[in-house]
Design a protein around this ligand. Structure first.
Ligand SMILES: [Zn+2]
Length: 262
């Protein structure tokens, strides 16, 4: 890797609203609660559900890979993702946006730093209170029973699924996008696209059967420049992604004004 200089960061902070029930799977080993075989991930300290940064980031990545038509050629556990396998692929045509933004495995060779970091998003204090008072099936969550019918034998096969109920809000969701070169400003567009693609798809499991529809709200945009890193430059807060997208050209102009490259 050549010399790396960080020129600044674009900081996004927002709320994630569950518009339908949300199931982000946890490990169910040894934690069978009331016969629920599909439990969700929880913060071990508060026992409240949260959205792992890796879930948001992974979904953005896989959606972008699909719209960009990139080969999904790297099997990691149960998922197959796209990875440029050689530095030439990574740098081709101004650079592979997905591998620049989300990173490549170290063994690929001369590439660059990963641009996007996504933090874990806790259940908001407001939703914690509301769900605690609602006396849901399990702490903060509901139990959904789905009956799958075996197409051959017609036998009913119930599946018991834990979900965070529709209406829950997770916040703050934080995305940090680093600028190492001028071209990175243009790459930020893919982050916004990734969020939009995620809204139109789903987060977590069982999306094809209705779970996991989310919306990003109260999206605040800020930046820090390497020249005066202690200075937090807040820009604007948008009520939805649609609003942010409409102001995207202004956002880029503003970010280039705050973060001086070169
Ligand atoms: Zn790539």
């Amino acid at each position: 890797m050549a010399d790396i200089q960080l020129f600044g960061r674009i900081l996004i902070s927002c709320e994630v609203h569950a518009l339908t029930g949300l199931h982000i799977g946890g490990s169910s080993t040894g934690m069978e609660i009331g016969g629920v075989d599909n439990t969700i991930i929880r913060d071990p300290l508060t026992n409240a559900p949260y959205i792992p940064g890796s879930s948001l980031r992974g979904k953005m990545r896989s959606q972008l890979e699909k719209v960009l038509g990139l080969p999904q050629n790297n099997r990691i556990g149960q998922v197959t993702i796209h990875t440029c396998k050689k530095p030439e692929e990574y740098h081709r045509n101004g650079g592979c946006p997905v591998c620049h933004i989300f990173g490549v495995p170290g063994e690929v060779g001369a590439t660059g730093p990963t641009l996007l970091l996504v933090r874990d998003t806790p259940l908001s204090e407001g939703s914690k209170k509301v769900l605690a008072q609602a006396h849901t099936d399990l702490a903060y969550t509901e139990i959904k029973t789905e009956v799958a019918i075996d197409r051959v034998t017609s036998a009913a096969n119930p599946r018991i699924l834990e979900r965070v109920p529709a209406g829950a809000v997770f916040a703050p969701a934080e995305l940090v996008f680093s600028i190492y070169q001028e071209a990175d400003f243009e790459r930020f567009k893919y982050v916004v696209d990734g969020l939009q693609l995620l809204e139109d798809d789903y987060l977590g499991g069982y999306g094809s059967r209705g779970s996991g529809k989310v919306a990003f709200r109260q999206i605040s945009v800020a930046a820090r420049s390497a020249q005066d890193y202690s200075q937090h430059h807040a820009w604007q807060t948008f009520s939805s992604l649609k609003e942010l997208e409409a102001a995207y050209a202004d956002l880029l102009r503003w970010a280039r004004g705050v973060i001086q490259v070169g």
